[in-house]
Write a protein that binds this ligand. Structure first.
Ligand SMILES: Nc1ncnc2c1ncn2[C@@H]1O[C@H](COP(=O)(O)OP(=O)(O)OP(=O)(O)O)[C@@H](O)[C@H]1O
Ligand SMILES: [Mg+2]
Length: 365
């Protein structure tokens, strides 16, 4: 049996990757110059896959660090340095490290060859981070700048207070590094880079990543399904109807449809059956999520699931009894911060089409 041509959950590249031609060009042109880039999108829209593709195609050295996993300012320095060791030889780094104000403990794992690094926690905890960032600057050249990608950048507030100001003061002197800051918390990232009083105000160009174009996605799906059935066009349209071209959920549904065809062949209602299967497999998670919500959240999410009218309209408020517009508005903002809703332009949408489907089911039962 052919392997499933769809993939969801991890970084995609090669034949699993589609569209994004404009974004690839735009990002490449930013980082081929002297610029820094801020890339924002809701969860699972494809930030990591996109940036990895640009960087791989650029054939430049890059460092990728997800700040969600970083515990402290020293750990930030250690994690960065560990990634520097993946690019440059111990020999090359030795003389630079000698001049560090705090010498790190470096252990090479004899089995994996990976470098494990730690800085002893000290009172001057920012110095290792400054030394490591300045080391990366020295390792880059005019012709070959190093790309440093910091994912979930809003986490700097959790890691250490004052980190924002400190990072800015170090990074602003760098000429051999292109920084890419990414994040899925749109409001926090905008706060960092667009608020006048913020240290990082206008440090780079802000780019928001949208959904994959429905047209491109349909062709991509059709192409893959062609190996298995002549119903590819119909299947693809139905899938995108349910997922609204969300990159992750589209791949997930397409994956599940492909598996079903493998087991049972094509049958008329196959896309709905696949979607129901996904809803079913998340029943526990959805139930737990639902029970963590307050009454207003529930009313708004229910209204948004069963009707297509916008929760900010009078019609919606009359039909579902949502109360004051200001309450609705603050609820929408909070649900967006939690990742349950996606804000696109001025409109809000439910992020997970299968959660939406689960809500509808539950009400019909
Ligand atoms: N260009 C693309 N073509 C096809 N599918 C894609 C593309 N980009 C993303 N996807 C789908 O979305 C999933 C998530 O992609 P990725 O991990 O790159 O997103 P992300 O925005 O970095 O997510 P996270 O918020 O979890 O960090 C992929 O596993 C894949 O299924
Ligand atoms: Mg990511």
């Amino acid at each position: 049996m052919e392997t499933n041509p769809f993939k969801f959950g991890t970084v995609v590249d090669g034949s699993y990757f589609t569209d994004r031609e404009d974004e690839l060009k735009r990002i490449a042109s930013y980082i081929n110059g002297e610029n820094h880039l801020i890339l924002i999108s809701p969860r699972r829209f494809g930030k990591t896959s996109l940036i990895r593709k640009v960087v791989n195609e650029s054939e430049r050295n890059y460092i990728f660090l997800d700040l969600q996993l970083v515990l402290s300012a020293e750990d930030f320095a250690a994690q960065l340095l560990k990634r520097v060791y993946r690019i440059f030889t111990v020999q090359k780094l030795k003389s630079f490290i000698k001049s560090f104000r705090l010498i790190p403990v470096v252990n090479i794992n004899p089995v994996t060859g990976e470098t494990e690094i730690s800085f002893k926690a000290q009172s001057k905890e920012m110095t290792p981070l400054e030394d490591v960032l300045n080391l990366i600057e020295k390792l880059g050249t005019d012709k070959k700048k190093i790309i440093v990608v910091l994912d979930e950048f809003q986490e700097i507030f959790r890691i250490n207070s004052g980190l924002e100001r400190f990072l800015r003061s170090v990074m602003q002197n760098h000429k051999h590094i292109n920084y890419v800051f990414m994040g899925s918390s749109e409001s926090m990232i905008r706060e960092i880079f667009e608020k006048k009083s913020s240290s990082f105000y206008r440090f780079g160009s802000v780019m928001t990543l949208g959904r994959i174009s429905a047209e491109k996605f349909r062709l991509f799906l059709e192409n893959k399904f062609a190996e298995k059935t002549d119903k590819g066009e119909e299947l693809s349209k139905k899938i995108l109807d349910i997922t609204d071209s969300h990159p992750y959920y589209t791949q997930q549904l397409a994956f599940t449809v492909w598996e079903l065809i493998g087991h049972s062949g094509h049958f008329p209602d196959i896309v709905n059956v696949a979607a129901d299967e996904i809803v079913q497999s998340h029943d526990n998670d959805y139930e737990r999520l639902w029970n963590s919500l307050n009454r207003t959240d529930m009313i708004i999410l229910t209204g948004m699931s069963v009707s297509d009218s916008t929760p900010l309209s009078d019609e919606f408020s009359k039909q579902y009894g949502t109360g004051a517009a200001s309450t609705v508005y603050s609820t929408l903002q909070r649900l967006a911060r939690k990742g349950l809703l996606i804000k696109e332009g001025s409109a809000y949408k439910i992020d997970d089409p299968f959660f939406k489907r689960w809500i509808v089911f539950r009400r019909e039962q």
